[in-house]
Design a protein around this ligand. Structure first.
Ligand SMILES: *[C@@H]1O[C@H](CO)[C@@H](O)[C@H](O)[C@H]1NC(C)=O
Ligand SMILES: *[C@@H]1O[C@H](CO)[C@@H](O)[C@H](O)[C@H]1NC(C)=O
Ligand SMILES: *[C@@H]1O[C@H](CO)[C@@H](O)[C@H](O)[C@H]1NC(C)=O
Ligand SMILES: *[C@@H]1O[C@H](CO)[C@@H](O)[C@H](O)[C@H]1NC(C)=O
Ligand SMILES: *[C@@H]1O[C@H](CO)[C@@H](O)[C@H](O)[C@H]1NC(C)=O
Length: 460
């Protein structure tokens, strides 16, 4: 504006000097100094007036221009503020959008965690994602607009047209509202998800509890089963002899399974009497079983428990080693007279060839048919001669297996003869006999040997 002003002044000066020359020339031509002077004053007046007018015009113009410049500056300032506000708003918008994105990601993750809770939920999330896409697009448009404003349309704004800025502001407000809405909806979704989570956890707990309960029940069943199988097989639960069965309430004679301590269970025939239970170890009654057996058979036993039998040295040993035992020997003759003898005894094990020790010297003659040697008499069979006759095998000479000392006192495991006995002496020798009762050659009709704890005698 300075240049046009200078030009204007120059023009004015030129104009004034231009008018003065013609005035001078005119005065010289008239030849009169006063007239020239008078005429010159008029000219000056005119000139001054013109100048005054010019100056006023100039001043008006400058004032006007100044006002315009001030206006422009103010408008620029306003625009500057608007732009900086826009920048801030844009940043906030971006931050909000970032938070929104994070929240949406959280949402997705939660959704993945809660598998297939409801399709409704998944659809809502989809909707949300769509909204987010729309927002994104809107934001892009907004950014374009702001960019444009900064580049070219700024002039328009400087000219007083704020409509674009207002539009942007309005849009931002709308955007903010939208974001708020979305946040609210996300909150609702999260609440729903939380509720679903709680429900799922409750269900899982219930399932877990049910599982634990059923496994507990299975364990209990197992324990039950184990306990019952133990009861069947437990050595503690089984009686160690017939007297124990008697004490448990068994009163009828017959077959039972017992299990002495440190032994396998086995069947026995129990003779139950009013005083107690006897474990039968030998029976002869009809000659149905061959008693002329070897060592091995006498060790393990043979015959039939409800008929004639030998229980077996090992079993007799295992039952009687549990305490003080009594051996009852019972026999009958062919007139059915019955006799019985009791011996407190101890039967050693295999290592001493099942030697039998009679602990108390028998009172009468009847009892002396069993040797009462304090060292005991070992068992002998045909194939294992442990008798006290050096030149003779008693078992071979007589028959069966027995605690032979010399060969003539007793042999309840001899041959079974139905009376009358064979006439030949060497045959009659082999019979079942008890020398001190019916004599050396009298074949007994029945014999029974049985054992029981010594306490049984105190009751009878
Ligand atoms: C507008 O802002 C810029 C910096 O952002 C500054 O340099 C300029 O002077 C400002 N203009 C007015 C008129 O305030
Ligand atoms: C979840 O649902 C989809 C289809 O609805 C199915 O294919 C998938 O097996 C489901 N997953 C589970 C863990 O139930
Ligand atoms: C502002 O610009 C728009 C077009 O962008 C125009 O229609 C409107 O008349 C303008 N307003 C003013 C006050 O200049
Ligand atoms: C029951 O016995 C079986 C083997 O007989 C064993 O494997 C199982 O652990 C036992 N159960 C319990 C609960 O003792
Ligand atoms: C047991 O019998 C065998 C064979 O008859 C004999 O060799 C052994 O010495 C006997 N043992 C005892 C301790 O009597």
């Amino acid at each position: 504006m300075k240049v046009p002003l200078a030009n204007l002044l120059c023009i004015t000066v030129l104009a004034s000097s231009g008018t003065s020359f013609p005035l001078e020339r005119r005065g010289a031509a008239a030849g009169k100094e006063k007239r020239v002077q008078y005429a010159a004053w008029d000219d000056v007046n005119v000139l001054a007036h013109g100048l005054l007018q010019l100056g006023q015009g100039l001043k008006e113009h400058v004032d006007k221009t100044k006002g315009q410049v001030r206006d422009i500056t103010i408008k620029m300032k306003v625009f500057n503020v608007t732009v900086s506000e826009l920048g801030k708003l844009t940043q906030m918008l971006q931050e909000d959008s970032e938070a929104l994105k994070a929240k949406a990601q959280n949402l997705e993750e939660s959704e993945r965690l809660i598998l297939n809770v409801s399709t409704d939920l998944r659809e809502k999330t989809k909707e949300l994602l769509k909204d987010r896409q729309k927002d994104h697009e809107r934001m892009n448009k907004l950014e374009e607009k702001v960019d444009g404003l900064m580049q070219g349309e700024g002039l328009e704004a400087a000219n007083g047209n704020y409509s674009d800025a207002r539009i942007i502001q309005w849009m931002l407000e709308a955007q903010n509202k939208r974001i708020d809405d979305l946040v609210e909806r996300i909150k609702q979704q999260q609440e729903k998800l939380d509720k679903q989570n709680v429900r799922i956890r409750t269900l899982q707990n219930q399932i877990q509890m049910k599982k634990e309960l059923s496994s507990l029940k299975r364990k209990e069943d197992e324990v039950h089963l184990n306990a019952s199988s133990e009861q069947r097989d437990s050595p503690v639960a089984m009686a160690s002899d017939c007297h124990e069965l008697f004490l448990r309430g068994e009163t009828s004679s017959g077959l039972y399974t017992i299990q002495p301590i440190d032994s396998q269970p086995f069947e026995v025939f129990c003779e139950m009497t009013p005083e107690g239970g006897w474990t039968v170890i030998q029976r002869r009654q009809d000659g149905s079983v061959d008693f002329d057996q070897l060592w091995q058979a006498y060790q393990t036993g043979f015959g039939s428990l409800d008929g004639e039998f030998w229980l077996g040295l090992e079993k007799i040993h295992s039952v009687s080693r549990g305490g003080n035992y009594i051996l009852k020997v019972q026999f009958s003759d062919w007139r059915d007279e019955v006799q019985s003898i009791n011996y407190p005894f101890h039967l050693n094990g295999e290592e001493s060839n099942y030697s039998l020790r009679i602990l108390e010297r028998p009172a009468g003659n009847l009892e002396s048919s069993l040797s009462t040697e304090t060292s005991g008499v070992p068992f002998s069979t045909r194939d294992k001669d442990n008798d006290q006759k050096n030149d003779l095998n008693c078992a071979k000479q007589l028959s069966g297996g027995w605690w032979f000392s010399n060969c003539g006192r007793s042999n309840l495991n001899g041959r079974y003869f139905v009376t009358p006995a064979p006439k030949q002496r060497h045959q009659r020798k082999q019979g079942v006999f008890w020398k001190t009762w019916r004599g050396r050659y009298y074949p007994l009709k029945t014999t029974t040997m049985m054992i029981a704890p010594a306490e049984i005698e105190n009751k009878s």
